[in-house]
Design a protein around this ligand. Structure first.
Ligand code: EPZ
Length: 423
């Protein structure tokens, strides 16, 4: 396993170009299952999770290659000769559940290992199973696998989500696209990644109304065709670097991003005294005054994203007062608190809220990454801290950040990556 070593206390200066969104690339790659032929995806990030999804698609018989000329990802889904998603792949990435809907829609059968929980919560998939049952899927749970089948085509129906599940909405959209009749998905999630998926499915010949709303109407078609689509910029990667610049001081511009996806973050940064300047596809931040503590509550989009909660907590450790951070999406997404405390943070967890009392500065220390966004939080804290920080288990970071070390070195961070001694 590798570790990252950071010599903190240096303001970030310069420009970072962000990559395509992990949470758009994964569903759009899974959507290729729906139609035989060669799909072309642009701006796919090179991440541990996208590589896992490629292994999964290949195990179904899908051939893939990166096109040298423009780095596009070509997915040839002409032949599907296996409908089982094995545990050894699924256990490393719970987003593997996204193959369930497309496999059932195209093949009428699927056997997908239950994803199991992860550090941030139990991560059940009951909404996915219930929604698919509404479309006529009969599923059984046995020996850790979900086995689903449907006689003939899926049948359109109305589906209601108790909680607007992101991948639940995506799975049901993909299944409904090939169902017979009309499907209504109510209380659907509205994240921008879902709009990106809808655009790809529409390009494949799907008929979907209600994009960006919480009520999606899908009129099923018999067949879909391969499509060409572009992955939207990663709003969480963008927000991570903006928060890092706010924490270290300095002046940072993030390019190739979509500022329209980050209004909730801009609101909080500006209230905290950070200057945020928005361009067409770039955002600049700088901080010329002490940070003010602000309260944060994570909510489904367009609310403050849970995937930026750990990162903004690192920033609030440097605030001038008290910041109450409430996590409403996942039940255990405060794993970064104990590690931030090791760096001198003053944080008290009370149920779903963390009360962060700003301290003058943080100090570098050996810390351990526990999950993807917690590790990003530790990077931010380390960049702002006085002294050296060593972050172990950085494979978590590799899941969702393409070339993080290289991008930060490019804007003045003193950061390097090494193999752990006891490897
Ligand atoms: C997606 O996860 C993202 N992952 C997560 O990003 C993100 O944190 C999350 O949405 C919320 O925005 C991908 O898109 C690949 P949910 P997902 O279903 O779809 C409960 C990252 O760091 N729930 O919207 O799994 C669930 O437990 C990752 O990039 C059920 O109870 O999240 C949670 O409390 C982390 N039953 C809430 O709903 C279900 O069947 C929202 O989860 C499904 C979800």
């Amino acid at each position: 396993m590798d570790k990252i070593i950071i010599e903190g206390g240096r303001p970030l200066h310069g420009t970072i170009k962000v990559s395509g969104a992990k949470n758009a690339a994964l569903p759009l790659m899974a959507a290729a299952i729906l139609a035989p032929g060669v799909h072309v995806l642009h701006n796919v990030p090179d991440l541990r999770d996208t590589r896992t999804m490629l292994k999964l698609l290949a195990s179904f018989g899908i051939k893939w290659q990166w096109r040298e000329a423009d780095q596009a990802l070509l997915l040839d889904a002409t032949t599907i000769d296996n409908v089982e998603a094995s545990y050894d792949l699924v256990k490393t990435m719970r987003a593997s559940v996204l193959v369930l809907g497309p496999l059932l829609a195209r093949m009428g059968r699927a056997r997908v290992s239950l994803p199991g929980g992860c550090a941030i919560g139990a991560r059940p998939i009951d909404f996915h199973i219930q929604g698919l049952a509404r479309l006529g899927v009969v599923s059984t749970l046995e020996s850790g696998y979900v086995e689903g089948s449907v006689d003939g085509r899926l049948k359109g129906n109305s589906i209601y989500f108790d909680i607007p599940s992101v991948t639940g909405t995506e799975n049901l959209l993909m299944a409904a696209a090939l169902a017979e009749g009309v499907t209504e998905i109510k209380n659907a999630a509205r994240e921008p990644e879902i709009g990106n998926l809808i655009d790809m499915l529409t390009g494949m010949g799907a008929r979907i109304d209600g994009r960006d709303t919480d009520c999606l109407v899908v009129r099923g078609v018999k067949k879909l065709r391969p499509a060409e689509a572009t992955i939207i910029p990663d709003r969480i990667e963008t927000g991570t670097y903006l928060i890092a610049a706010a924490a270290t001081g300095g002046e940072l511009t993030v390019t190739a991003c979509n500022p329209g996806h980050l209004d909730a973050l801009f609101e909080k940064l500006r209230t905290a005294g950070v200057e945020v300047t928005v361009g067409r596809n770039q955002i600049s931040v700088c901080r010329r005054q002490p940070l003010k503590s602000v309260d944060i509550k994570t909510l489904p989009y367009p609310g403050f994203p849970t995937d930026l909660q750990a990162q903004i907590m690192a920033l609030m450790c440097l605030g001038n007062g008290l910041s109450v951070i409430t996590e409403t999406i996942f039940e255990n997404r405060f794993m970064h608190v104990a590690e931030l405390r090791r760096m001198g943070a003053n944080i008290k967890v009370d149920g779903h809220s963390a009360i962060v009392k700003g301290v003058g500065s943080l100090t570098g220390a050996p810390v351990m990454a526990t999950d993807l966004r917690a590790s990003a939080s530790l990077v931010i804290a380390a960049l702002a801290a006085q002294g050296e920080t060593e972050i172990s288990r950085v494979y978590h970071l590799d899941r969702g950040y393409d070339n993080l070390v290289g991008k930060l070195v490019g804007v003045g961070a003193v950061i390097r990556r090494e193999a752990e001694q006891n490897d």
